[in-house]
Design a protein around this ligand. Structure first.
Ligand code: NAD
Length: 501
């Protein structure tokens, strides 16, 4: 296994870029300092914004399939860098090996998707009410996209945005989480390798990475030179960002907190449900936006299901995320551990019975925050359950009738992901119907976590309403234009209006 330094060097990061700066990057694995890197100065932002605008003017004139070629090369470079970039995700964000690699695979997948998309940025042809006229809808590049990303998907979320933005003709300015800037710097190196193979028609400034905290994000948020802000992170962040972007009539794509539920019906295949619950609730140590946080189980099977889960949880290997066999790595930092402990205290105070949730200190690297995932039996969906705590806590509630389960599932401020386990076709169809789940993602007999890139990803309510990744999410990165072309010798007005002069 390579060390963090060897991994950084294999990805092309030079020692001089990793020392002497003001931002200290530590590993959640053991608290070791990975690097001290230079931060982007707020004073440099006007030039960065200007460079992005210049890049936009050139890039928008490059044909979309040619732009797709750059993304194809990016996908190739990502394939070559997959092992190292995946390992760096583990060092910097604490993910286990297969999840670090999975994140890079997701980047490769969205590149493949975007390459095809670069030949499919279709508009409509619309029947005109006037003879000798034709109407159509065309899609055009929009301008620089500001991507603000969270620590827990330090590379995939950038790529979801960048791959689409680039084929749509938009440059990207990326402000990664201050907790995970090294993976962003590594992505920039991978991108540079794709650019070097691409040729001269890629302008300078197509991708710029900002290293630092919220103050840099705020410059993007407030700048009219950045027409699109794609912001992924907490609802608290979204609440700060959304009104500021709206105040300047910018477009925002918000991917914020989730509080995802699974309904387990009496007919569910419990074996499958247990596997789905454990992966969704404890994978990435409970630090996914789509992590399963609420289990709404029919009262007739609750005791059996909880007993099986408690047993499954007891055997979960917790430890160094890069060690073979580990399924649960560290939380991102001490504050995350404190937030988990505080949530468990609150749950107890609200009538909960807690299984697990202790700090783990044996057979784990010193200096990291390792927590045993918790199952909490709750008498009702109290305040703490309705709040997203970014840690592996699974609250369990019961229901008698599906209507009540659906009400409980929807009665939280967030609206990201949801699912039902049932073998009853009526229940399954109801769940995905107009009066079923109110979330952006609703699954049947699959957990709420681990989406594929082919679908549009995002959620409603306090999750922010944005959609990224597959389906027609690309439209958020372009401006729509309606064109009416008159090939007649007349000038008729619509709606039969006459205005003779
Ligand atoms: P965070 O909100 O603390 O930070 C996210 C990013 O926003 C960082 O880059 C940060 O510097 C920046 N930021 C913070 N305040 C800002 C401001 N006022 N203006 C501009 N930028 C600002 O989130 P985090 O702790 O890194 O990530 C965890 C959260 O992200 C969880 O709530 C999780 O559910 C959410 N998340 C959502 C999705 C999704 O797709 N819905 C995906 C991943 C994570």
């Amino acid at each position: 296994m390579r060390t963090a330094n060897e991994t950084l060097s294999a990805l092309g990061l030079d020692a001089s870029e990793l020392t002497g700066g003001s931002l200290t990057v530590t590993s959640p694995i053991d608290g070791a300092v990975l690097a001290k890197i230079a931060e982007t100065a707020v004073d440099d932002m006007p030039q960065i914004l200007a460079d992005s605008q210049t890049a936009f003017k050139a890039w928008r004139t490059v044909p979309a399939p040619r732009r797709g070629e750059l993304v194809r090369l990016l996908g190739e470079e990502l394939r070559a860098a997959k092992d190292d970039l995946g390992a760096l995700v583990s060092f910097e964000a604490g993910k286990i090996t297969s999840e670090g690699l999975g994140e890079v695979q997701e980047m490769i997948d969205i590149c493949d998707f975007a390459v095809g998309l670069s030949r499919q940025l279709y508009g409509l042809t619309i029947a005109s009410e006037r003879s000798g006229h034709r109407m159509m809808e065309t899609w055009h590049p929009m301008g620089p996209v500001g991507v603000i990303s969270a620590f827990n998907f330090p590379v995939a979320v950038w790529c979801w945005n960048a791959a689409l933005a680039l084929v749509c003709g938009d440059p990207v300015i990326w402000k990664p989480s201050e907790k995970t800037p090294l993976t962003a710097m590594a992505c920039a190196k991978v991108f540079d390798r794709a650019l070097a193979r691409f040729g001269d028609d890629a302008p300078k400034g197509l991708l710029q990475v900002l290293i630092g905290g919220a103050d840099l994000g705020e410059v993007l948020v407030d700048s009219p030179k950045v027409p699109i802000i794609s912001a992924t992170g907490s609802t608290r962040m979204g609440r700060a960002v959304a009104p500021r972007v709206a105040a300047r009539f910018g477009r925002s794509i918000l991917e914020l907190g989730g509080n995802n539920a699974m309904i387990v019906a009496p007919s569910a295949d419990l074996e499958m449900a247990v596997r789905a619950i454990v992966f969704s609730a404890v994978g990435t140590a409970g630090q996914r936006c789509t992590t399963l946080r609420r289990l709404i189980v029919h009262q007739s099977i609750k005791d059996e299901l909880v007993a099986r889960l408690v047993k499954a949880y007891a055997g979960l290997p917790i430890g160094h995320p890069l060690a073979e066999g580990t399924l649960i790595g560290p939380l991102v930092d001490a504050a995350a551990g404190d937030a988990m402990a505080a949530a468990l205290d609150a749950a107890k105070a609200q009538g909960g019975t807690v299984h697990g949730g202790e700090k783990v200190t044996e057979n784990v690297p010193a200096g990291g925050v390792y927590m045993r995932p918790a199952i909490v039996e709750m008498p009702e969906q109290s305040d703490i359950v309705r709040h997203e705590t970014f840690a592996p806590i699974l609250y369990v509630m019961t229901y008698d009738h599906l209507d009540d389960a659906l009400d409980m599932q929807n009665n939280v401020p967030q609206g990201l992901s949801s699912c039902i386990f049932t073998m009853n076709m009526r229940e399954a169809e109801r769940f995905v119907s107009d009066d079923g789940s109110d979330c952006g993602i609703a699954n049947v007999n699959i957990g709420p976590s681990g989406a594929e890139i082919g679908g549009a990803f995002g959620g409603e309510k306090e999750t922010g309403g944005g959609r990224e990744s597959g389906s027609d999410a690309w439209r958020s990165y372009m401006r729509r234009q309606t064109n009416t072309l008159n090939y007649s010798a007349e000038l008729p007005l619509a709606q039969g209006v006459s205005f003779d002069i």
